[in-house]
Design a protein around this ligand. Structure first.
Ligand SMILES: [Zn+2]
Length: 134
């Protein structure tokens, strides 16, 4: 997939963010997947819990929104891009989702398997990125 950025006025794209995105695109085998990942960089909002999120149109348009550029947040959201790209995850309105072949209902952030996977993989990706880019 291609990667493009939209940067909110008053903020910047860090070089390291782009390197981290490209690293994940490579190791998560996303390079050859058709489509475009648009990454929107926003100014941090004080007191906001949401640091990033990721959506997909169900076809080939992926969108990541970042309110900060920590490696953990970038890697975490890239795992969600992979989950969408591999047709493992679809989120629907309300508390319905499709995950690895099954409908899931009534999940919470802490218990949903895609968040557990993203949280587990984010630290592995960060560690490997820091080793690789050292
Ligand atoms: Zn997540």
């Amino acid at each position: 997939m291609n990667v493009e950025y939209k940067i909110e006025a008053g903020t910047v794209l860090l070089d390291r963010t782009h390197q981290a995105v490209m690293f994940c695109r490579n190791v998560l085998l996303l390079s050859e997947i058709p489509g475009t990942l648009t990454i929107k960089i926003f100014k941090a909002i004080g007191g906001q819990d949401l640091l990033g999120d990721c959506t997909c149109d169900g076809i080939d348009a992926y969108e990541m929104r970042l309110w900060e550029q920590s490696l953990e947040t970038i890697m975490h959201e890239m795992v969600h891009v992979m989950q969408y790209a591999n047709y493992e995850l679809e989120l629907y309105l309300g508390d319905r989702a499709y995950w690895q072949g099954e409908m899931v209902f009534g999940f919470s952030y802490d218990t949903s398997p895609w968040e557990i996977e993203a949280t587990r993989l984010e630290s592995i990706l960060v560690k490997n990125f820091l080793t690789f880019s050292a």
